[in-house]
Write a protein that binds this ligand. Structure first.
Ligand code: S3P
Length: 190
């Protein structure tokens, strides 16, 4: 049974790549931010403003714990999902986790017009992305079994790289396949 989770900073392509990988493997695609928005009944930005980040992180933790038991699926997580140790543990234990790695500069190029992400609605979004990268890169590395660079390559090339990593870890089951779960390979070299 394939269980893949993608982690990485906002704009690293977790949802776009996750959706395509799920399509290639004929698996359900789940986006933790979408599940959260369904639960809170409003946008994440609005919820941050009204209830604050801690309350958002509490709901995110509940949702990650539920998704960890979703079985075969591809899951895209929110960029801050790795902040809580409980989430890092759930993700690492229940999924093959791939870190979609990008530089703050590449992310800024993609997100400079973004209005949805509360943490980037600041005077200096590039500076904020640099801070987030410095604080979180070690947490993404700790959570993930593998990493794929998403800087310059096309979306298709990144999707392909993710599929190759999954297959190497014994996790990419061909559509309609029926093999036993494989142990997650804890791998280095990222
Ligand atoms: C956040 C990233 C967002 C969303 C929320 C907080 C973060 O998800 O969960 O705005 O802390 O980096 P994306 O990574 O999908 O933008």
């Amino acid at each position: 049974m394939t269980a893949l989770a993608l982690v990485g900073l906002p704009g690293s392509g977790k949802s776009a790549i996750g959706r395509r990988v799920a399509g290639r493997l004929d698996l359900p695609f789940l986006d933790s931010d979408t599940v959260i928005e369904q639960r809170i009944g409003c946008s994440i930005r609005e919820f941050f403003e009204r209830e604050g980040e801690t309350r958002f992180r509490d709901i995110e933790e509940e949702v990650i714990a539920e998704l960890a038991h979703a079985g075969g699926a591809v899951v895209a997580t929110g960029g801050g999902a790795v902040l809580r140790p409980a989430n890092r543990r759930q993700l690492h234990e229940h999924f093959h986790v791939i870190y979609l790695r990008s530089t703050p500069e590449d992310l800024y190029r993609r997100l400079r017009h973004d209005v949805k992400r509360p943490l980037l609605q600041v005077a200096d979004p590039l500076g904020r992305l640099r801070e987030l990268h410095a604080a979180r890169d070690p947490l993404y590395r700790e959570t993930a079994h593998d990493a794929v660079d998403t800087g310059r390559p096309s979306l298709g090339a990144v999707v392909q790289a993710v599929l190759v990593r999954l297959e190497a870890a014994g996790q990419a089951v061909p559509a309609g396949g029926d093999t036993a779960p494989q142990p997650l390979a804890a791998r280095t070299g990222r």
